[in-house]
Design a protein around this ligand. Structure first.
Ligand SMILES: [Zn+2]
Length: 323
């Protein structure tokens, strides 16, 4: 199937775009993170993705929304489009596109590990696979998620027992809700940044239990765990007597604590690690793989070493001789 990179993923054979940044006549939005989401003349997405997008920005006039459940199919004159769970954040979807040229699966952002706040990723047989590989390097092998959860809880308990406010630095959509769900089973009280509260309300509407939390007003954090996005801290809001931890897959890098100017780093990720990426390729049985986002060339090279026809979409694709 003809696949091109440019304003998202472009499938010229059926004139469909996946996750374009600029407005187009017809697009599928895989999930509500701002580097993927946008309103288009016709926007196809899951119900939860549309709700999360609306919570950030109203639907402009003249836009038609096609809201799909997982497993539900929408047909254009040249393609059948089906959304499958991606396991990344609430509402995140992989996109299965079936045309006369064959079957293509686009992963969007995804992970295969279990999550407390979104449906587990599915897979589907497809001749062509377009996959994100944010952590598509062998050095990214995430530890068991139960262990990471326990380490985060211990960090919070220890800080509170010393009269110090634990601050968890996490993106407002996805990671923060996962942290709320992890903390919901503990006796610890939680305060969250306003932007986290806005997104969490949509999770609540979709039946995800995030436990109790209060909105942070800049001073009501004493004795509580505080969850704020990393950019909030950079904008200068200071919390006295605090200890901060970044919550990200990039915590696997030894420089994570230094780079984020924090005290600890925990590798809780909403993306697949290298092993999960390989598993996903194998499960789809894809004959052709295009990599996008992250370690595209390295991961495409790893797949070629396994005998799989793989290319970094829009990348240089250095020959193995020179790697
Ligand atoms: Zn994402």
């Amino acid at each position: 199937m003809d696949v091109r990179l440019g304003n998202g993923i472009h499938l010229p054979g059926c004139d469909l775009r996946l996750d374009p940044r600029r407005k187009v006549p017809l697009a599928v939005v895989s999930h509500a993170h701002s580097d993927h989401a946008g309103w288009h003349t016709v926007t196809i997405a899951s119900f939860a993705t549309i709700d999360l997008m609306k919570a950030r920005k109203p639907v402009p006039s003249g836009c038609t929304l096609i809201e799909l459940d997982y497993g539900e199919t929408y047909c254009t004159d040249r393609a059948r489009i089906t959304l499958l769970p991606a396991g990344h954040i609430l509402g995140s979807a992989q996109v299965l596109v079936e045309t006369e040229e064959g079957r293509l699966l686009y992963t969007g952002d995804f992970k295969r590990r279990e999550s407390l706040t979104c449906e587990e990723a599915a897979s589907a047989k497809a001749g062509t696979l377009v996959m994100e590989c944010t952590f598509g390097h062998l050095r990214y092998a995430f530890p068991p998620v139960e262990r990471v959860r326990e380490e985060i809880l211990n960090f919070c308990r220890q800080s509170l027992s010393e009269g110090v406010t634990p601050i968890l630095l996490a993106y407002s959509l996805g990671k923060s809700q996962e942290l709320l769900a992890i903390l919901a089973g503990s006796a610890m009280e939680v305060a969250v940044h306003r932007s986290v509260g806005v997104m969490s309300a949509v999770y609540g509407k979709h039946g995800v239990d995030l436990g109790k939390y209060t909105l942070w007003d800049g001073k009501n954090h004493t004795g509580k765990v505080l969850i704020i996005p990393p950019n909030t801290r950079l904008s200068g809001q200071k919390v006295e007597k605090s200890r901060s931890a970044v919550i990200s897959g990039w915590a696997m890098d030894s420089s994570a604590i230094y780079r984020n100017r924090c005290d600890a780093a925990f590798p809780l990720s909403d993306h697949a690690d290298h092993g999960e990426l390989i598993e996903h390729v194998e499960e789809t049985g894809a004959k052709k793989v295009f990599t996008v986002h992250g370690f595209t060339e390295e991961f495409a090279g790893d797949l070629r070493a396994l005998g799989i026809d793989a290319l970094a979409l829009g990348g240089g694709n250095q020959l193995e001789l020179f790697r």
